[in-house]
Every structure is written in structure tokens, then in C-alpha cells.
Design a protein around this ligand. Sequence first.
Ligand code: EPZ
Length: 417
Amino acid sequence: MQVLEIKGKKELKGTIRISGAKNSAVALIPATILSDEETTIYNVPNITDIDALSEILTFLGAKVTREKEIIKIDSSKIENKAISEEHSTKLRASYYFLGALLSKYKKAEMYFPGGCSIGARPINLHLKGFEALGATIKSEKNCYKIEAKELKGARIYLDFASVGATINIMLAATKAKGKTIIDNAAKEPEIVNVATLLNNMGAKIKGAGTSTITIEGVEHLHGGFHEVIPDRIEAGTYIIAGALCGKNLKIENIIPKHVEALTSKLKDMHVPLEIGNDYILVSKQENYIPTKLKTLIYPGFPTDLQQPIMVLMTQAEGTSIIEETIYENRFMHIPYLNKMGSNIEVNNQKAVIHGPTKLKGTKVKATDLRAGAAMVLAGLIAEGTTYIENVDHILRGYENIVQKLTNVGAKIELKEI
Ligand code: EPZ
């Protein structure tokens, strides 16, 4: 079994360069099948989620070539086949193929296991949007068959500003007849990234990044090109690492606006930050101030950084509180942090973090991607050695995490045990 071994208490100095955003790339790649020509995407992170999507594209008959962080996808010869359970269960974002195949062929069939450890994660809002556009949906035992004689523009209100539903409905509406309006749309930067690629390919999308997105359907989409925006969650994770054990640690190739909710919280905690136009310099200092936060949709504090920032709160001089409002089960890292010596109580969707506490290295598990990131951060400051199991969770979302941390002084290794 592979484990991440981390020898704690090393000072992190130097520069970490942020990669392309996983949560953007996993939508941009399925979006390319809407064109019958070659589309190129730059700055794609080299993570296992991208490998899984490339496999699905190849299964459908697309020609996929990857050189480093550039992926070229030629969908001129793809066939609309049912996407098998084995393919679609590799990552949740495979559901973007539902919207893309429905848009292109008015038919899509794939298994969608839904749920994952952090919550039920239903796709009812995605399906509500597809039905509003004229599709009929048959689902049995996680297999979804979606068909439409014709896709017609509609006005769709999202009960929750879901990122996935917003993007999937945008994909499905791109070639629908007439105008679609998505109300209460999610405003995450990744949505803007996808809308920009689609517009580069000839789509007519306005308002991405606001809560009302308008899509004028078009007949044809040509090839295009686009660049994945920097990963704001990867950036936030390493900024927190700098606050924990950095000395002028530079996190570069970021969009500071995208991590504003985090940097504002870190300032409340008295973390010394220097914010440049595309980088942040961060150092550890003594006696952090405790704080309170609630995870919210963008531009509020991102749920994906809830688990990482909780590690910093274990070092604050007093009691901090986190309320998780997006997912129902995103506190699975807490028992492992407490096993390392933190003092965190859970009360429904609220975590109460008493600090400061000294963390001690031990054997822990990554229960999900960002819980795994929290384990890495805890290992970096713990006394002794930390062993993290289920490392696949971490490797699917953090490109070259071992190399990036080693380059700035961490003692971290991927080991077979
Ligand atoms: C995206 O997931 C991200 N994943 C998540 O990042 C991120 O946490 C989330 O957005 C919120 O920012 C990708 O982009 C691949 P949602 P998504 O639809 O689209 C409920 C990470 O660590 N919901 O905004 O699935 C759902 O149950 C991952 O990188 C419905 O009820 O998020 C959840 O409670 C984790 N019905 C909430 O909305 C629906 O049809 C947020 O879901 C859809 C969602």
C-alpha cells in the first residue's frame, strides 16, 4: 500500500508554483466534445482525475494527445456510447459528459453513482435543468438514460447555487433552440473559465460569474483553445502551509481575488501576508488569533478550504468555530487531527477548535481529497513522523504535491509499505 510519510517541523522556504484548477479542467475537458474539431486546453494539471477523463474521451472515440500541461482533443470521430460504470465512477465530475453528450446528440447514457464520503451529493438540480430544456430522464440503479427530441431554451431557477448543475445546464443549453436563463447560478471562477472556452468555440453565453447566466443556443461549435485558471484551492492549501511553517514562502501563479475569502480570514488571525498581483508571500508567526467562519458559495469562504484552515486553527491561541453549510459530512478529518493531539469538538455542522495544541505524528487516513490535504498540513507541523494512508485521494487533486513541498524544504515521501 502507498503512504505519504512526512517528517514534521521543517521550515518551508522558497517558491511553490500553482497549477491549473482541477475543478475547472474537469469541466473544460468534457466541454470540448461539443465541437467536431480539435480543441486545445493549456495549463491542465497532471492529476489522476484528468487521466480518468482522458480515458472516457478515448472510450468515446475522441483523439486525445497530452504533452505536459497541454491537452488537444479531436472529437470529430466520437460516438455517443453509454459510459460504463467502471469509467464514470472514477470521478464525480464525469457527470459533465451527461450535459455535453445531451447537448451534442440529444441523448446521453451513463452510470452516475452520486454520493461520496463528504455527502449525498445528489444531481437532482442537473436533471431538473435537463428536463426544463425538454429532456426525459429514465434512471434505474444509478444508470441514467437522458433523451430529448429537441432541446429548447428555458428559464431555470436553481434552488441551490450548485457549481456542477450550473456548468452542466450551461453545456446542455449551448446548442438548444432559443434562449436559456439560469437564475441563482453559481458564481465560482471555474464557471467563468468554462463559459469562456465555450464562447471561444462559438457559443453565446453571457453573465457567467453572476447569479444570472444567459445562453443563446447556436447550431455549431468550432474548435477552440483556452487556458485553465490557477487552482484557488491548491493555492489556499499552500498559503495555509506557509502560515503554519513558512518563512517568506512564495505561492506564485495565483489570482489573489479568487482566494480573497481565505486571505481576509488569515489577516483576522494575524497571519503576515504580502499580496502581489499574481503571488502571495506568507510566513509563520507566533500567537495566531482564533476566528469564526461559515463555509458559503463563492465569493464566501470555500468549503474546499474548511479542512485545511482547521489545521491552522488548532495553532491559534483560543477557540475557533467552523460551520460547514455546503456538505453534510465534511468533518471526517477531525478524529485524525484529534488522534494527532488537537482538541476539536463536533456539534452537528459546527466544529469547535480549542488551541493552541501540539500535534504529534502518527498513522492517519485521507478520507477525502481535502481531508487528505489537512493531514498533510498537520504532518508538516507535527512532532515526529506522520503516515497518511489512502493517498490516492490526495494525488487526484494536488499536482506533484510531494515534489512541490520537497522543493521548499518539507521532508515528505511517497512510500510503498
Ligand atoms: C464542486 O462540486 C466542486 N467539485 C467541489 O469540490 C466543491 O466543494 C463544490 O463545487 C462547491 O464549491 C468539482 O467542481 C468537480 P455543488 P459540486 O453542486 O459541483 C448539493 C473538491 O474538493 N447539490 O455546488 O458537486 C450537494 O449535495 C470538491 O475539489 C444538490 O443538492 O458542488 C452539495 O451539498 C469537493 N443537488 C451542494 O449542493 C444537485 O443537483 C454543493 O454541491 C447538486 C448539488
